[in-house]
Design a protein around this ligand. Structure first.
Ligand SMILES: Cc1cc2nc3c(=O)[nH]c(=O)nc-3n(C[C@H](O)[C@H](O)[C@H](O)COP(=O)(O)O)c2cc1C
Length: 254
């Protein structure tokens, strides 16, 4: 009799535990599903905040949308160096394009200084205009650091050479070392620096030591590999295999 009672109690305990697990997992699932739109919206706002920040157009959280609405988004065909007017930038999904082999090209190893292996053929860029005249162009830049792929933006002023601002929105370098790419004081140094010297020679670099001229930003202590990754991202994305042709075409119309 007492054996039967204790086995009933064990069954009841298992039943309560399983019920609790079920209720909790349903609660977690419902929360995840409900929070997804809010998470996506925050991700989108964060990207916009970083684009504005790269352009030197710092903004409060409340003003992100209204300030961003002044920026024209375009999709550039990097091979032609032209905006592809047939693509609606609002519906062009770069993350989806990254899963389509036809939307990408392999970067020849000898010019792949950013260690990317391949890149999208068509990339979103952001144009700051005033009365129809281009004032700044904000370009995405990507390259490998020491531990991570670093994603950011650089903004060039209307001479398509002078840096207006620079920001990473995703990188996984060591905080206090490579992670200093996110340090506002370091990013501040970029403003006013020039990417090209002469006609089209890419002269910009991140490097330690003396001779910090108009084409150089100071290196990062204990993080030379990350710093080299930043230099390489500029070297690749400003080259003709990156945005070089597009910038030259913009120079023609500006
Ligand atoms: C725990 C740890 C984390 C590190 N993180 C980075 C990093 O994020 N970026 C980087 O370039 N070097 C990092 N390093 C240092 C590199 O291994 C390498 O020594 C350094 O890039 C050399 O830079 P330096 O010539 O400025 O000292 C790290 C080293 C250790 C031990």
């Amino acid at each position: 009799m007492s054996d039967k009672k204790s086995s009933n109690e064990a069954l009841r305990t298992i039943f309560v535990a399983l019920s609790l697990c079920l209720v909790c997992s349903i609660a977690v699932s419902v929360t995840v599903v409900n929070l997804k739109p809010r998470q996506d919206r925050n991700k989108d706002l964060d990207l916009k905040k970083n684009i504005l920040s790269a352009a030197g157009l710092h903004t409060t959280y409340e003003e992100i949308e209204s300030n961003f609405s002044k920026i024209k988004i375009a999709v550039v065909d990097l091979e032609r160096g032209q905006i592809d007017e047939s693509i609606d930038p609002d519906t062009y999904n770069e993350n989806k394009a990254k899963t389509d082999p036809d939307a990408q090209i392999v970067i020849p190893a000898d010019i792949d200084v950013g260690g990317l292996v391949k890149r999208l053929k068509k990339v979103k860029v952001y144009l700051v205009q005033e009365s129809g005249t281009l004032k700044q162009v904000i370009l995405p830049i990507v390259s490998k650091g020491l531990w991570s792929t670093m994603y950011g933006f650089i903004s060039l002023s209307d001479d398509l050479n002078t840096v207006k601002g620079f920001a990473y929105y995703s990188q996984g370098e060591t905080p206090g070392l490579g992670g200093e790419v996110d340090n506002p004081a370091w990013k501040e140094q970029w403003i006013g620096k020039k990417i090209f010297s002469g006609a089209d020679k890419i002269a910009f670099k991140v490097a330690k030591g003396a001779g910090k001229g108009v084409h150089q930003v100071d290196g990062l202590s204990g993080a030379t590999i990350t710093a080299n990754g930043v230099t390489n991202s500029i070297r690749y994305w400003m080259s003709d295999h990156g945005f070089g042709k597009f910038l030259n075409n913009l120079k023609g119309v500006n």
